[in-house]
Structure formats: C-alpha cells, structure tokens
Design a protein around this ligand. Sequence first.
Ligand SMILES: Cc1cc2nc3c(=O)[nH]c(=O)nc-3n(C[C@H](O)[C@H](O)[C@H](O)COP(=O)(O)O)c2cc1C
Length: 223
Amino acid sequence: MTDDSSVKQVRRAPSRPADIQVATAGIQVTDPACDIRAWQTHGVDLEEAVRRLHVVRKFSSEPVSDDDLLAILDAGRHAGSSKNLQRWHFIVVRDHETLVRLSAVGQFAGHLAGGVLAIALVTPDPDAADSPLSVMWDLGRAAQNMVLVAWARGLGSVPATVYDHELCRSILAYPQDRHCEYILNIGHPGADGTLTRPLRAGGRLTLPEVVFSERWGQPLSTS
Ligand SMILES: Cc1cc2nc3c(=O)[nH]c(=O)nc-3n(C[C@H](O)[C@H](O)[C@H](O)COP(=O)(O)O)c2cc1C
C-alpha cells in the first residue's frame, strides 16, 4: 500500500491486515482485525523485527524493486512529526557513480560504494538558531519506519553519517537552507542468513542498565 486511496480501501474492508492508517482512523484495537498483537508486517512480527533488527553493511548487486522502494518511502512519510510539520525530503540515489561519490561524505560512509540504493534524508538545518531539536527526533522516526519496512521485506540497511556537508550538497544539489545529516543505504544482504542471525551477545544494554522506576537510579521491579 503506497497511497492514501488504499487507506480508504482498508477502511471499507476491515478484514485486511491492520496498518497504521487503520489504527489512527479510530477503529478499536480490540477488533480482531486490528489487534496489535496479531499485527504482522509482511509475515514479520513487529516485536520480533524490533528485537532482531541490526545493520547490514554488505549488499548483493540485486536491485531493490520499485514496489519495495515505494513501500519504504511511504513508511517514511507516514511517520508522525512535531506539529505534523513533516520537515523532511528523501532523495533516492540508485546511480552507481553517485553512490561511489557519496561514499566519501563521511569517515564511515564507505559502505555506500557497495550498495545499490541510498536514500538521503534531508531536513532544514538542525543547527540553525531557530531550529528545534524535534527536527531530528522526527527524522529518526521516519528513518526507523523505513528501516523496519525494509527489514520486513527482506532488505537490510545501514545509515551513513555525513561529515563533509559541502561535498554532500554538491552531489545531491539540495538548497543552502537544507541539511543532510544521514544517508540510508538499503539493499538485499550480501550473505544468506544476515537478516535472521541473532543479535551479538552483549550488543545492547540490558533493561536494568537503562530503566529506572519513579526516579533516577531506582530499579524497576515487576510482578
Ligand atoms: C545516528 C546513527 C548514525 C550511524 N552512522 C553510521 C555510519 O556513518 N556508518 C556506519 O557504518 N554505521 C553507522 N551507524 C550504524 C551503527 O554503527 C549501528 O547501528 C550500531 O553499531 C549497532 O549495530 P547493530 O544494529 O548491527 O547492532 C549509525 C547508526 C545511527 C543510529
């Protein structure tokens, strides 16, 4: 589903799998068709996807289909944002030469040269005096939507942080009042099993390390 006409279709046919548009249309989540626990994205359980998601830096040469690309972009634009301002643009890059040039925009952007599809995430300048922090919060939500939908469709991804902003601007030609801090590299994993392998042991802090109850430092206890 990539356009809002499909949303109307879903509303008329509630037996179809629930999606975010249905949830925000006010349909009760107790409706079996909208039960969040039964909510599957292309056969991948949402909680499982969140738990297993990790970055992929090596991609095969298989192109990303237009269907997958549009679903990923659509997931990005559906993210909620502060005051619904939607301060983002997405520049899709598939040209090999451009990907190679972009691989020089950051110290850890080399993986872009071996990819087939990049999406540059463009915002207003987050360092501008009047720029609220929510610009980057919102962008992170859009990016995570894209990454999860890519994952659900069997595609891996990894961000590249932009350090050389003038080089990036000269390649992608966005205006002076825009900024690109991150470029998402998305593609079919270069090796079998990359998506299904478990996270590295110790790859994430444990709950007690990051969660407090009621006030800083007090552990959370659950029954
Ligand atoms: C804001 C942000 C910027 C990142 N920038 C880069 C980058 O420039 N190059 C890169 O290879 N990985 C980058 N990453 C990927 C992180 O290194 C990766 O998410 C982290 O090491 C955890 O890896 P895992 O998800 O595979 O466990 C970035 C991730 C985030 C969230």
